[in-house]
Design a protein around this ligand. Structure first.
Ligand SMILES: [Zn+2]
Length: 284
């Protein structure tokens, strides 16, 4: 298992937010007709993100069209002007895109699973004409989160608070299951806390599930709107019912070890549509 992971990691080059001199808080807004080192930095960033663009330091029509395209996909006003909001989206995108060299046996489904994204996102991002045909040695960029997710993430990032006080006993991502010993994707974080500790709603919303949920034990799902849900598993006792409206911080359950659990802890998950995201990126 380690060998497989190691091999994957050596193929990754995380793009570091280094060459961004113009991207400071008091930087000027960039738009069509401008030129300068900050425009060049923007263009370099767009190229890093996989867009086909000549880096000439001149904010022309092509640069503007790409900025508008990104803004549109991110769900903000597509005015083609790079201000604070667009900068924030570009920076988040840059942090979330990894450069990957195709190995023999790779396919997009496998990579999408590995990076928590979708086949169409990878295909669209790289404008791959034939996604079924990947060539070993081919360099592609893998967005680990869609533009829409990044954009709404800006808003929702401030929305969640910690559901329980405790230490994280297992993080989000691939792991060997502590009980079944099977390698699987852990879609949440486990927060260890004493039996009976108050479990609080991570954000306000409506309870859409409350009850036995198989290995997840006594669980609760809260719908926060816009495709966002939060999940609370392994509780010893539930204090809300389906249909209840809850406030952020409201006690909804008590920590337990129902379902498949080695000891009392909360398995906390955040999903956007049906995809889990790393809760640590959403928690303060
Ligand atoms: Zn868990």
């Amino acid at each position: 298992m380690r060998i497989v992971l190691g091999a994957v990691i050596t193929c990754l080059v995380f793009i570091t937010p280094s060459s961004m001199p113009g991207f400071t808080v008091d930087a000027r807004d960039l738009q069509n007709g401008m030129r300068g080192s900050d425009v060049r930095a923007l263009q370099e960033l767009l190229v890093d993100l996989g867009y086909d663009l000549t880096v000439d330091g001149i904010f022309g029509r092509k640069t503007e069209a790409l900025v508008k395209q990104i803004q549109q996909q991110a769900g903000i006003v597509p005015d083609g002007i790079v201000g604070a909001k667009t900068n924030e989206i570009l920076t988040l995108l840059k942090e979330r895109v990894v450069s990957y060299t195709i190995k023999s046996g790779d396919n997009l489904t496998k990579l999408a699973n590995q990076y928590g994204t979708t086949v169409s996102q990878i295909a669209d991002f790289n404008a791959l004409p034939n996604p079924d045909r990947l060539l070993p040695g081919q360099q592609i960029l893998i967005p680990t989160s869609s533009l829409a997710v990044v954009s709404s993430g800006l808003m929702y990032r401030q929305m969640f608070s910690w559901p329980v006080k405790g230490s994280i006993s297992s993080g989000y991502g691939w792991r060997i299951h502590p009980i079944t010993k099977v390698r699987h994707f852990h879609g949440g974080i486990d927060i260890a806390a004493p039996q009976g500790t108050a479990v609080r709603a991570g954000a306000g919303g409506k309870v859409i599930r409350a009850g036995r949920m198989g290995n997840y034990g006594l669980g609760i799902v809260i719908d926060h709107g816009n495709g966002y849900t939060s999940w609370y598993g392994h509780n010893s006792k539930l204090l809300v019912r389906v249909g209840d409206l809850v406030q952020r911080g409201q006690t909804i359950a008590q920590v337990g070890s129902t379902g498949l659990a080695t000891g009392p802890h909360l398995d906390f998950r955040i999903k956007i549509k049906d995809q889990t995201v790393d809760p640590l990126e959403w928690l303060p």
